[in-house]
Design a protein around this ligand. Sequence first.
Ligand code: SF4
Ligand code: SF4
Length: 348
Amino acid sequence: MLFRVFDQGELPILFSALTARHEVIGPVEAGVDRHGKPFYAFEPATDFRALRLAYTTTKLPAKRYFLPCREDLATFRTSGSDWSKTVEYNVDRPRVFFGLHACDINALNKLDKVLTGGDYPMPWYAAKRRNMFIVGVDCEPQPSCFCRSMGADTALSGFDLFLTGIGDRYFAEILSNNAYNLLRGIRAVEPGEEEHVLYRRAVAEKTRKYTARVDTTDLTKILDMEFESPVWKSWGEKCLSCGSCAAVCPTCYCYGVEETVDIDLSVARKTKTLYSCNLVDFAQVAGGHNFRPESHSRLKYRYYHKHRGFVEAYEESLCTGCGRCGETCLAGINVPDVIASVRGEGGA
Ligand code: SF4
Ligand code: SF4
């Protein structure tokens, strides 16, 4: 990894160089919540002044740009006795993500393991992922953030450039040739010992600000032991089975595929739609049998997939600790409380 330091005033130049040739997605203010606080969304941005790089966690992750909620995978057309199939990867140009936090970069790294590195890679995701340039920015931990507990508070891979504020300058981590060449367009210098100290101080200051945490010690074993724990029923009684937690989660990727045919039989489509394991019919199969008819079994499944099964398969959790699910859940269900209750350290 290479490092550079540059004045924060240089960043708009870097942004302009990217917007001149690419679509740039970044955090912008999307509205004000009921407490009068601004909330943020990842949207296309052409004006640097619209970006809010000191944003708190966005309500929705950036996944709609590489794992859209609904996406046509293939289209079939008939013409007389002939027919043809078109597969669209739905990529029209490279995309720049300007200002992703470390947890959201780590979410992409986790998705990569399943969607590009598994036994059944998903070409629609891989095509979009290959065409990304990512500029990460450091963040201010929010009360709901427990990314440090999940090892997702810093990113070691999965970005091109990562920026940490050190006073009125940025400390830049460079991971790609493109990022290196981009920085040649601004006044950036190699950091010295003084900047190393400032960087370490910025990281230590951030670390002190975490208030939420999850104890992951021996968690897979504890989940195995507590599979029949009554706490799952208690949480299940609260759960509304609305699926919002999966919709806002940067690492939830479960989906269903449906095929539809136009009424005149001329066109048919195969369409992927993201789904949630908390929805009532998630485990319903042909014939109508539902393997998880109760809300507590579905809620439990979601936790076992993220904190048990994925750890077994990939030696890491499928949760980044971004806190979005807990912030969104109308029933007040959140990862730190659920895991603490399973460990016997809190009530459901
Ligand atoms: S845990 Fe919360 S957000 Fe998720 S399905 Fe249940 S009620 Fe909805
Ligand atoms: S499970 Fe919740 S805290 Fe974990 S990555 Fe998903 S939304 Fe974030």
